[in-house]
Design a protein around this ligand. Sequence first.
Ligand code: SF4
Ligand code: SF4
Length: 81
Amino acid sequence: MRKGYVEVLVDRCKGCEMCIPACPRGLMTFPMKTLNKAGYFIAEFEDPEEQCPACKMCAIACPDAAIVVYKRVKEPAGGAK
Ligand code: SF4
Ligand code: SF4
């Protein structure tokens, strides 16, 4: 089950690539396929095997606060009511 998910805030990203080496699992990529409104290619999150533990290293490395990390929280025993 997926633990973490990363959203790159497209129009905040300046394409500096700082998040790429910051990810210990190599899940941040720079495919140079999407331009934002300001004309920068943007970083992308690619995690087909659902390996991201939501460690936030990518977000910490981003100088433009362009990365939001979501972490799955466990449901309480018995499930939601
Ligand atoms: S949260 Fe951690 S593992 Fe997930 S993409 Fe960011 S740096 Fe990589
Ligand atoms: S570190 Fe932030 S601004 Fe730089 S490429 Fe990654 S998401 Fe974009």
